[in-house]
Design a protein around this ligand. Structure first.
Ligand code: NAD
Length: 242
């Protein structure tokens, strides 16, 4: 792995590839005001009676939907967050036919809000909600407004965010598309992720082209990348051109 010290080296790498795929995590949205999990200001560093993973688990949702919603709304939902320069830059790269896909572990919908079209959401989206009984779809606002009942107006079933909770499977079709996109990329950029959450943390192994890690801090997997550039990703993207 070679650490890139100058932004011009990142620029050269991007300029010389045109089948780029970006795989991102919570760090992509911290500069939009959404905390990550494992960063210094992350949710995992906050004091709750139980670890965040407990509240965000399938069992907790099924057994205590109201308490789940209260945690989810106070810690996970940021309906007013706006895309930052990283989201915008990736959208511009796609428009310029240089980027084939954004694969994200994030559930905040900010890539789409920035204009990205081919977004593969490995962990679902807060904007998709559905009745577990009849399947009726609800917007985020409708889910929020259904509190405290949190029930479907058609059949009375529980409304569930279509996000992957701890103890649930990832959508396999999305995972398969992510693998294919990475296999066909000439440059895989992995950014804003601690590379701790499987299977997203292992997807870089499918890359046959170059790989670049862009993160604020080192991860345990940096050595497996061709290049690394350290810094805040939105600030970095703000310095890059198409
Ligand atoms: P993580 O919290 O485990 O790690 C975040 C990583 O991003 C850390 O390595 C941190 O140093 C880095 N980082 C933080 N701010 C950064 C910045 N401005 N620029 C560059 N790097 C930055 O996140 P993860 O690996 O994505 O795993 C957490 C899980 O939690 C994921 O499944 C994700 O779905 C979920 N999550 C999502 C959101 C969201 O949708 N925005 C927010 C929090 C957690």
């Amino acid at each position: 792995m070679r650490t890139l010290r100058n932004i011009s080296d990142v620029q050269k790498l991007i300029d010389s590839h045109d089948a780029i795929v970006f795989l991102g995590g919570a760090g992509v949205s911290t500069e939009s005001g959404i905390p990550d999990f494992r960063g210094s200001d992350g949710i995992n560093n906050k004091e709750f009676p139980y670890p965040a993973e407990h509240y965000l688990s399938h069992n907790f949702f099924m057994n205590r939907p109201k308490a789940f919603f209260e945690f989810y709304q106070s810690e996970i939902l940021h309906p007013d967050a706006e895309p930052n320069q990283c989201h915008s830059y990736l959208s511009e790269l796609e428009n310029a036919n240089k980027l084939n896909a954004v694969i994200t572990q994030n559930i905040d919908g900010l890539h789409q809000k920035a204009g990205s079209k081919n977004v593969l959401e490995l962990h679902g989206s807060v904007h998709d909600n559905y009745c577990v009984r009849c399947g009726k779809a609800f917007s985020l606002k409708e889910y929020i407004d259904s509190y405290p009942e949190l029930r479907c107006d058609a059949c009375g079933g529980l409304i569930k965010p279509d996000v992957v909770l701890y103890g649930e499977m990832l959508p396999q079709d999305v995972l398969q598309k992510a693998v294919e996109a990475i296999e066909h990329s000439d440059l895989l950029i992995v950014g804003g992720t601690s590379l701790n959450v499987a299977p997203a943390s292992e997807l870089y192994t499918f890359a046959s082209g170059k790989t670049l890690l862009m993160n604020k801090t080192k991860t345990s997997k940096d050595i497996y990348f061709d290049f690394a550039y350290y810094g805040k990703i939105a600030e970095t993207c703000d310095e890059l051109t198409i």
